[in-house]
Design a binder for this molecule. Sequence first.
Ligand code: CDV
Length: 354
Amino acid sequence: MAPRTLLVAAAQVGAVNRDADKEDTVQRMVNLLDNAISQKVQLVVFPETTFTTFFPRFLFEDASELEKYFEQGDDITGNEDVKPLFDLARSNSVDICVGYGERTEDGRGFNTCIYYSGHAGKILSKYRKVHLPGTSEPFPNPNAVNQLEKRYFKPGDLGFQAFRAPGLIPDTLKKGTTPADIKETLGKGDPILGMMICNDRRWPEAWRVYGLQGVELIMVGYNTPWWAPDLFGFRKPMSKDEAEKEAYYHHKLVMEANSYMNACYSISAARAGFDDGKYGLIGGSAIVSPNGYTIAQAKGIDDELVVAEIDFEDCRQGKEKTFDFDRHRRTEAYGLITSQTGVVEPKLLGDEAA
Ligand code: CDV
């Protein structure tokens, strides 16, 4: 059987201004994809809402202006302005994951990403962001940078569905997955993939739901501001330099820790740079191994391709030993995870009788 290796890339996209022409932005993405194709990369991950600036930072009074930032319909791959990206992927049999603002036919908005298989020439899976950060109304502080995701998007309604990507690795084992087959096919066949969007990566529940489906590679696009005191709420005032360092630190921390704890690779792709010359977004696009090491990382905050070869065999050690869920998980102790949303603290000492 062929080795289960793959050449993958995070396509980091630098500043995209509020008035950027979508055609120009798509051309930049096409250039990144072209570069990946010339290096024989097989799978490329693009950021969250890549086709436009990160528009939830703005309050739009004019609905028609807001609509410019959304892609319409269920399958966007034929939409005129973004089609060149999918055409290039299909004609070169390269798979891509890309994020965008989705407007459904019944008018709902989602922060969405799709996995488009260049081999199959179609969308294989869609994910809608579950953990929407920010607020519905602008912050009272008129100088704050807003994050109006709760205003423009509904929480994702598709869950965390892992899927296999056929064609990425030739000659992989094709076998049924009846319960009897399952043990025998673990770690074989077409790779098992999952998608998240930005803030989702900070939530271990999201990773674990994928982990329970045997995920081998998680793809995450993000827009992470490095200076947003109204959002992050630092206890002590921080300088902009300290805040930037911390934003990078937390990004790396969650990608490395969750990849390790679920014994999977991860690829994270940033929309980075200074949109409109002033809204700073971190770079740090990276590829992380199942052992929790960053194996490739962006150097700057501009358009940049981060490439690494990955070997899915490296997921087996964690999945079969430290994180063999079947043998070591204790679901009887985890009830609160799904029965309770917010925090309920134990009673204060001395109040036991109350
Ligand atoms: N686009 C995002 O989801 N950004 C969040 C910020 C707002 C915390 C993030 O997790 O990076």
